[in-house]
Write a protein that binds this ligand. Structure first.
Ligand code: PXG
Length: 456
């Protein structure tokens, strides 16, 4: 294959990038001083940069390239759809074949009762859509004070003003006077940090009861919904104790509060089931989908709406004044459909559940003996290695995040992409990652842990 790296003048791209390209979630001054790495090609779980380096992508892009890079079937599906019908809207009594088929497919794949799909282009837009639907639902039910949505610290639900407010990232909040009114955050079920002497089960119940306490504090008649990622991804792969979600769901039912599950990271096979709602036995009223829906090949997201909310909004709501030019974009829907076909045909979810998932988890746990490693945790192909100053306690580093950044930079320099969240190294590779690539990931990470330790 022609290597496009040969056609790229790295210095030219870097200077153009520094002069004109404003990157998301980036300290632009710091990046421009260093110069960005130019990624030119990818295949399977590997990337190539413009200098010809081969890089193992332990993050599947940004937790999204589930079927791996270089899939001709997806390019062909996009090309076929572009030639047949590159664009048409779904606003004015029209639909398209891919949008309709994808809605039907998602209704079939998602847990029972989630029968309607509303399409958008990103996880953020899908979560904005959910906030509107939730508020309109309670208005139509005559409970006009039920407006506040409770979420959790360290939650990530996107980056629009509403999605940022839903999320629990204090750095994002503090920069621009957020959250907006109507959003409230409780502590996450972060056992390593907050578990103390409790058993995991007891801690899970206690963390869930923070929801009940907040509801009582604010008044159940003001609370519209609770939203959660099954596993908090960008928050550091925080995995709830088994007791947590049963208690959360009991509390939501008792106080008549909608339960929303954000499956943007956890969906489409990541935890060894189609959705982590199956892994954790969740019965959401609404569900957010994005990322793995198209494996990142096209921007698309969906809100799956459960029967209770859908019936009220459809029967009594009249026109829903919301939508995007590209809601149900036919090319994105065609790509998503083909992506789902690949996941099914290649039994990728089964592969995560019984082959590469357990293999990654076991292999990463071999790092537990490293002096920096306080905990290895994960499910399927999502995992975290949390670095601590002292395993006893544990004692966390102060300031948080410096050591994680050092380790992340070593990984990057050694051609392994992993994310550092505070001092937690996280990974979420493509579902097609091989055992050999997992060996490489774990061996490289151990080398980088050693180098990090040497730097301290
Ligand atoms: N929900 C969850 C659970 C997410 O992880 C979103 C919603 C928002 O999706 P969009 O498509 O609007 O980005 C996300 C996105 C990171 C990182 O560095 C994580 C995300 C996005 C960008 C970076 O971990 N998650």
């Amino acid at each position: 294959m022609n290597n496009p790296a040969h056609a790229v003048d790295t210095a030219t791209i870097q200077s153009l990038d520094a002069a004109h390209h404003w990157h998301p979630f980036t300290d632009t001054k710091a990046l421009n001083a260093e110069g960005s790495r130019v990624i030119v090609r990818a295949e399977g779980s590997r990337l190539w940069d413009s200098n010809g380096n081969e890089i193992l992508d332990g993050m599947a892009g940004l937790w999204c390239v589930n079927v791996g890079y270089g899939r001709r079937e997806l390019a062909d599906a996009a090309a076929r759809q572009m030639m047949a019908l590159p664009y048409y809207n779904t606003f004015f009594k029209t639909t398209t074949v891919p949008a309709t088929e994808l809605a039907g497919k998602l209704a079939e794949l998602t847990p029972e009762g989630l029968d309607y799909a509303f399409f958008a282009n990103s996880g953020s837009e899908a979560n904005d859509t959910i906030v509107r639907m939730v508020r309109q639902f309670w208005q139509l039910r005559g409970k006009t004070n039920k407006k506040t949505i409770i979420s959790r610290e360290y939650a990530y639900h996107g980056s629009t003003m509403i999605a940022t407010s839903l999320g629990g990232m204090t750095a994002m909040h503090n920069q621009v006077d957020m959250p907006l009114p109507g959003f409230s955050h409780i502590r996450p079920p972060y056992y390593l940090r907050d578990g103390g002497n409790m058993t995991e089960d007891a801690f899970g119940i206690a963390a869930a009861q923070a929801l009940e306490e907040r509801i009582q504090e604010l008044g159940a008649d003001t609370i519209a919904a609770f939203i959660a990622e099954p596993i908090q991804g960008a928050g550091g792969v925080i995995i709830p104790p088994a007791s947590y979600f049963p208690e959360i769901q009991r509390i939501c039912r008792n106080h008549d509060i909608l339960f929303i599950v954000d499956e943007v990271i956890c969906g489409f096979g990541r935890t060894g089931n189609w959705f982590a709602s199956e892994t954790f036995d969740l019965r959401p009223d609404m569900m957010t989908l994005a990322k793995g829906l198209s494996s990142g090949y096209a921007p698309i997201s969906a809100v799956m709406v459960g029967d209770r909310v859908a019936k009220t909004l459809i029967e009594d709501g009249g026109e829903f004044f919301h939508g995007f030019t590209y809601s149900g974009h036919p090319v994105a829907c065609a790509v998503a459909l083909e992506n789902l076909r690949i996941i099914e045909q290649e039994a990728l979810i089964e592969r995560v559940r019984s082959d590469v998932g357990p293999y990654l988890q076991d292999s990463l746990r071999s790092l537990s003996d490293h002096p920096l490693v306080g905990e290895v945790r994960g499910v399927g192909l999502i995992a975290a290695v949390e670095l601590v100053k002292d395993k006893d306690g544990p004692v966390f580093f102060d300031p948080l995040g410096r050591v994680g950044t050092i380790c992340r930079d070593h990984c990057f320099a050694n051609n392994l992409v992993m994310r550092a969240v505070r001092d937690t190294m996280v990974c979420s590779p493509p579902l097609v990652i091989t055992r050999g690539e997992i060996d490489r990931l774990v061996t490289t990470l151990r080398t980088c842990l050693d180098r990090t330790l040497a730097d301290l």
